[in-house]
Design a binder for this molecule. Structure first.
Ligand SMILES: NC(=O)c1ccc[n+]([C@@H]2O[C@H](COP(=O)([O-])OP(=O)(O)OC[C@H]3O[C@@H](n4cnc5c(N)ncnc54)[C@H](OP(=O)(O)O)[C@@H]3O)[C@@H](O)[C@H]2O)c1
Length: 392
């Protein structure tokens, strides 16, 4: 019987991502991310097999990334920071997709990533994957675009904005609780199944990331059921957009982590996973606390609200307590902190792209929310900002 390990090529002969060219030499002594009990050679063999089998799938998934970007660029200006990050991703994605050979790809990309993306790539090294590169581009630009739309008054139609600006007479609405269950259940199940299908139980980052995602979406589902007191609904197309976005980003984050193991990527030079755990815990606790404060603004029990809700239970009031004294969306602020925690735990380019994109979205949504309060409450305190105390 053939012993795979005997035929495995050395790790340095493997195709590497453009960016890993930049950071690998400086970290030659760093341990591999794959802290599996198997030898590095068997990891290598697995990598080659999985690369071959994933190539067609990844190429087709990646091919629509530049098209997505082009459409978004054509329709909006996304600001200096957005342009910077997008340019990095466009560079990497375009080189990845259109270069005819991996060798040429690496040589060309090395110069560009060194100049433009080095600080990010250094801390959040990406695996060699067209699919993940494309997903990073799509997640970032999709979220940033949604945030910009919120600022421009085109809202995702849930919560306060569930009936805003809908021009479609045939718009379908579902109850907010149903909509949110729809949004959170698939990514929660994706997190659970990740532990079944990719059981890297001895890889600490993989375990932490999967567990954090499971806890995040389980908390959301429990809050939908037992904490939030909704007054309205969700437009079906917004609900589907949110569901697909959460599901794809959860799957991509887990898959990116899986690839760091199967491709034998080295550990980043600065280990952020323990600060990441702290940020995750701080973020999820602060987010829950402010959800609880919001729920106290309405009187009926969250469990039986659909049957017993009075008009008063549907009213909006100015939230008080906690960071609500300084910003109108402290739960978004803590969500961002929690997401930074995810990206520190994982340290892949995908989670970094996703957290930056999400931050853009929540900046936009909090701007729209503050504007909504200002228009609705004459005595809304001016000192209460949107998202960041005293600043924004
Ligand atoms: N990761 C992402 O991309 C992303 C995007 C969006 C949201 N989120 C997160 O999802 C969570 C919920 O977000 P959301 O936008 O739905 O929050 P939200 O609009 O503040 O609503 C949360 C709950 O509080 C109620 N509520 C809000 N303001 C109220 C007021 N003034 N008076 C009485 N009740 C009030 C809402 O009722 P109504 O339904 O009746 O308005 C809803 O039940 C947050 O933690 C947020 O960070 C994440």
């Amino acid at each position: 019987m053939l012993n795979n390990e005997a035929y495995a090529p050395p790790l340095h002969s493997l195709p590497r991502s453009p960016s890993s060219v930049c950071y690998t030499p400086t970290n030659a002594s760093k341990p591999l991310r794959a802290t599996t009990t198997s030898s590095s050679s068997s990891v290598t063999m697995k990598n080659i097999n999985s690369n071959n089998s994933n190539d067609d799938f990844e190429a087709s998934a990646a091919s629509f990334a530049p098209a997505t970007l082009f459409v978004i660029y054509a329709r909006n200006r996304i600001g200096l920071l957005g342009a910077y990050f997008s340019t990095v991703y466009v560079d990497v994605a375009t080189l990845t997709i259109f270069s005819s050979s991996i060798k040429r790809r690496e040589e060309e990309a090395e110069g560009i990533t060194l100049i433009m993306g080095w600080p990010i790539i250094f801390l959040f090294p990406p695996p060699d994957s067209l699919f993940i590169t494309a997903m990073a581009v799509i997640s970032f630009t999709g979220c940033a675009h949604a945030g910009l739309s919120e600022v421009r008054g085109i809202h995702l139609q849930y919560s306060k904005f569930w009936k805003s600006g809908s021009q479609k007479s045939n718009q379908i609405y579902i109850s907010a609780r149903r909509g949110m269950q729809l949004a959170y259940t698939p990514p929660f199940l994706a997190g659970l199944t990740s532990l079944v299908f990719f059981p890297h139980c001895d890889d600490i980052r993989y375990l932490l990331l999967s567990s954090a995602l499971i806890i995040h979406f389980l908390k959301r589902l429990l809050e939908v059921q037992f904490v939030h007191k909704y007054s309205g609904g969700v437009a079906l197309d917004s609900g589907i957009t949110i569901t697909v976005s959460y599901l794809m980003s959860t799957v991509a984050a887990i898959y990116a982590q899986h690839l760091t193991i199967t491709q034998g990527l080295r550990e980043p030079p600065i280990d952020l996973k323990y600060p990441g755990i702290l940020l995750f815990l701080l973020g999820i606790s602060g987010n829950f606390y402010h959800h609880y404060l919001l729920s106290q603004l309405r009187s009926s029990s969250s469990l039986f609200r659909s049957h017993s809700q009075t008009n008063d239970d549907k009213e909006y009031k100015i939230p008080r307590g906690g960071l609500f004294e300084l910003v109108i969306c402290p739960h978004y602020l803590f969500e961002i902190i929690e997401f930074v925690g995810f990206s520190f735990i994982s340290q892949t380019l995908y989670t970094f792209a996703f957290v930056v994109g999400t931050t853009f979205y929540l900046i936009g949504r909090s701007y729209a929310t503050r504007k909504w309060y200002l228009s609705r409450f004459k005595h809304f305190p001016q000192k209460v900002k949107a998202l960041i105390p005293y600043l924004y």
